[in-house]
Write a protein that binds this ligand. Structure first.
Ligand SMILES: Nc1nc2c(c(=O)[nH]1)N[C@H]1C(S)=C(S)[C@@H](COP(=O)(O)OP(=O)(O)OC[C@H]3O[C@@H](n4cnc5c(=O)[nH]c(N)nc54)[C@H](O)[C@@H]3O)O[C@H]1N2
Ligand SMILES: Nc1nc2c(c(=O)[nH]1)N[C@H]1C(S)=C(S)[C@@H](COP(=O)(O)OP(=O)(O)OC[C@H]3O[C@@H](n4cnc5c(=O)[nH]c(N)nc54)[C@H](O)[C@@H]3O)O[C@H]1N2
Ligand code: SF4
Ligand SMILES: [Mo]
Length: 741
């Protein structure tokens, strides 16, 4: 059989090398199988479509091909999500694939402490040898993985199934913990399943759009475009301590005191009750807990003057917002990280859900209690990564669920752990205690993004083996790894993502990965083979084969997609929202709960509430400022490993770390615009350029998360229910960079 892809390969060779099971031959001589070369023509057409690999908006991009290779991109006019639009990251999505620091060969730390290139065979033997040695000595609980919300469903499923069912691991989590865990927990408790109810069309159908802790203009720019298409002249209310781009574009901005959200939303709920702006019909038929909530609100400190004092907002403004929510025809409530990343985020999210339930604003056009997702496939990782719940939204603790999954995947039932995994922070704690000794990190950069970095570095020292799988050899986490596995990126592999509105969309392989980089899917096949559990994944031959398994696994769940036949159907439909139990139910834009039935066994939603708690770290005399962190611009993505590689994007944002500080504070501290300053917390110190602007309130400063040093400062506190870190509140001081402290 020809192995030269410079000439047109035959169909069978192609399928085998691109999607097929990795045979021993391919394992040992990957280059002969055309890795690094592109077949002459991948698609008969000059374009293919693929969903964007950055944010969870899930725009479709048209990929323009020359001789089968992607040479350019444009926005897809025919896709129901983006309707011909894309943000700068989408337009520049091919640039990161060509970067010079792409990881092209596996690396292994040698006796001199340096990472040196090795073959896949050597890297895999080292990985498997070390992990098996740890498991033999300390048990499989001593191994863990940290995954992501940025890989396709098929790869996330493979990683999770391999780790838990094949390699015997118990503990695994992902960066979705940093991001969506709060929304997941809130929805599960309130609705009975992790179920964002909306469609993007609801942005266009609303009369009142309330955005809480969301800077939609820059973090989900194409969703913002959907808001702009709304012809109903909606009130757009932004609840954010900062005067963000979104706040400036809104009709109202409520700059509440950081982390006073819970008091504010309880205050609003009490206003709804006191003014009888309650949809009693909806509440009595579909909601549980009204009387208890009413009692709690009337007995607690949620009267207007108290709430105004706690939130720093005007009484009139709060009352007016309650009126808008209570009497607006179609009210939608949207939230993102200003809510999720809080030490009491789950209850805050639920206090918003409560407002929607009390006013019957759910299951109808332009309504909803709507959590906006962050990463391109955070929704998929919530359902299929096999970390925080058993694959397909099942429960590890349920014997029935374990039997169902084991049956469909044809694996022994005893391979499925009964016990839930540790959460991300608990995995790190277990490493610190010496309980977990081997860690596999896939498609996330925790040495930059995890909270309180000083501690992360110490934790790394406790590991016997750290394996990192990434597209680049230069990331902060790769640099401290023992073994590095070079991964193909978005555009270099096939699969599906699930966007914020539950839409399953197709991603396409339109480029060949450089050197010997392999897709995460192929790396899993390789690892299964070396671990000795290849048989278990015999049918996991291609992403599409796995996709079909996932559809089958979802059957009978709220996220049931068993009526989806294959990738071709997903593409032909312009993406498909879950659920799709019966192809006859298909509609381009669908929302949940139109029949008022929620996912609890009795079909009723729950009103969940609890007294607000004190902020873990408050500003004081020594550290007088509240530090807020978040996204800086629409052209920067997280730890910048990808967006930092585009010359176009680099022109669109400040290159160095900067801190936003109010003019009055700058004057008080003698800080001039563009002066270099130090921002210090009890845990670390960061040098940044002062951006003096009234975007922040006096007493607050803002640092974008894209610069590595920022998480040196943040305070390691988590929400007790979701275990999501509270990235957006800690006490700092600001001093001129040359000052002594
Ligand atoms: N350009 C770009 N887009 C992205 C990303 C990116 O890195 N770059 N990342 C994606 C991901 S993974 C995510 S999770 C989303 C995040 O999307 P967003 O949540 O919109 O972004 P953030 O800037 O993290 O936080 C939003 C706002 O929360 C506010 N906030 C802080 N504290 C509080 C508080 O106590 N109460 C309230 N009400 N608000 C508060 C901040 O001031 C900030 O403006 O963006 C996604 N989109
Ligand atoms: N201070 C502060 N910190 C924060 C936040 C905040 O608001 N403030 N936000 C938090 C949130 S919401 C999030 S989501 C996290 C994000 O934090 P991370 O997940 O750590 O950030 P990314 O830069 O997206 O990291 C993704 C990594 O995967 C690699 N990669 C990309 N594609 C592929 C692929 O296909 N395969 C493989 N194997 N690797 C790939 C990239 O090169 C990169 O190293 O940050 C969190 N940290
Ligand atoms: S809005 Fe999100 S999905 Fe759309 S092009 Fe931009 S980064 Fe990609
Ligand atoms: Mo996120």
């Amino acid at each position: 059989m020809s192995t030269q892809f410079a000439k047109r390969p035959d169909e069978a060779t192609l399928t085998r090398a691109w999607n097929g099971p990795l045979t021993r031959e391919l394992v040992q001589r990957p280059s002969e199988f055309g890795l690094g070369k592109l077949p002459e023509k991948l698609y008969p057409d000059a374009t293919a479509t693929s969903v964007c690999g950055y944010c969870a908006t899930g725009c479709s991009l048209r990929v323009h091909l020359k001789d089968g290779e992607a040479i350019n991109l444009s926005a897809d006019r025919d896709y129901p999500v983006n309707l011909g639009m894309a943000c700068p990251k989408g337009w520049e999505a091919l640039a990161p694939l060509e970067a010079e620091d792409r990881a092209t060969m596996p690396l292994l730390r040698n006796n001199n402490g340096e990472l040196a290139e090795v073959s896949w065979d050597v890297a895999m033997k080292a990985f498997v040898g070390r992990f098996k040695c740890i498991a033999e000595k300390h048990g499989p609980q001593a191994l863990a993985w940290l995954g992501t919300g940025q890989l396709p469903n098929e790869e996330l499923a493979f990683i999770g199934a391999l780790c838990k069912f094949g390699m015997g691991m118990v503990h695994g989590d992902g960066n979705t913990r940093q991001c969506m865990a709060t929304a997941v927990t809130a929805y599960k408790e309130s609705f009975g399943f992790d179920a964002p109810p909306y469609s993007y069309a609801d942005f266009e159908y609303s009369d009142v759009i309330v955005l809480v802790g969301s800077n939609l203009c820059i973090t989900h720019p194409i969703m913002w475009q959907r808001v702009m298409r709304n012809r109903r002249k909606p009130e757009i209310v932004v609840i954010d301590p900062r005067r963000t781009e979104t706040a400036m574009a809104a009709t109202r901005h409520l700059p509440l005191a950081p982390k006073s959200d819970l008091a504010l939303f309880y205050g609003l709920a009490r206003q709804l009750i006191e003014n009888d702006w309650i949809d009693h019909g909806f509440v009595s038929c579909h909601v549980e807990g009204y009387e208890a909530l009413k009692q709690f609100l009337l007995d607690g400190p949620y009267d207007l003057p108290t709430v105004a004092a706690m939130s720093g907002l005007e009484e009139d403004g709060i009352h007016e917002l309650a009126r808008l929510i209570g009497s607006g025809k179609r009210v939608s409530l949207w939230w993102t990280m200003g809510v999720n990343q809080s030490y009491e985020g789950t209850r805050v999210a639920q206090s918003l859900i409560n407002l929607a339930l009390l006013t019957g604003n759910i299951g109808k056009p332009g309504t909803g209690a709507n959590s906006i997702t962050g990463q391109c496939n955070a929704m998929g990782s919530r359902l299929f990564s096999n970390s925080t719940n058993l694959i397909g939204g099942h429960k590890f603790s349920s014997a029935e669920d374990r039997a169902k999954v084991a049956g469909i995947l044809d694996i022994p039932e005893e391979n499925i752990p009964e016990q839930d995994s540790y959460a991300y922070d608990q995995i790190l704690d277990a490493i610190e205690r010496g309980e977990i000794k081997g860690l596999w990190v896939i498609c996330t950069n925790p040495a930059h993004s995890w909270i309180h970095q000083g501690r992360f570095q110490e934790i790394r020292e406790k590991l016997d083996c750290l394996v990192v799988q990434d597209m680049y050899h230069s990331t902060e986490t790769v640099r401290i790894a023992d073994i590095v596995l070079p991964a193909a990126g978005w555009g270099e592999k096939d699969g599906t993502f699930i966007n914020s509105e539950r839409r399953i969309g197709r991603i396409r392989k339109v480029r060949r990965a450089p050197g010997q980089a392999l897709s995460d899917f192929h790396i899993c096949q390789l690892l299964a083979h070396y671990w000795g559990c290849g048989d278990m994944f015999e049918t996991w031959t291609s992403p599409e084969a796995v996709f079909k398994l996932l559809c089958e696994l979802s059957q009978g769940q709220p996220c049931d997609i068993s009526a989806i036949e294959d990738y071709a159907m997903v593409e032909a439909c312009g993406g498909i929202q879950w659920p799709l139990r019966d192809a006859a139910d298909f509609g381009t834009e669908r929302r949940l709960f139109e029949d008022g039935r929620f996912f609890h066994p009795d079909g009723r939603a729950r009103l969940v509430f609890e007294k607000p708690r004190a902020l873990p770290e408050v500003p004081d005399e020594v550290y007088p400022f509240m530090l807020l962190t978040g996204r800086g611009t629409s052209s920067q993505w997280h730890t910048q490993t990808r967006t930092g590689k585009s010359t176009v994007l680099r022109k669109l944002y400040p290159q160095g770390c900067y801190v936003e500080i109010h003019p009055a504070d700058a004057e008080m501290l003698g800080i001039a615009p563009q002066q270099s300053v130090r921002v210090e917390s009890r845990r670390g110190s960061v040098v940044a350029t002062a951006h003096v602007a009234a975007t922040v309130t006096p007493g607050q400063v803002f640092l974008p998360m894209h610069y590595a040093a920022v998480n040196q400062l943040t305070h390691n506190s988590v929400d007790p229910y979701s275990r999501q870190p509270s990235y957006k509140a800690c006490a700092v001081r600001v001093v001129p960079a040359n000052a002594r402290t």
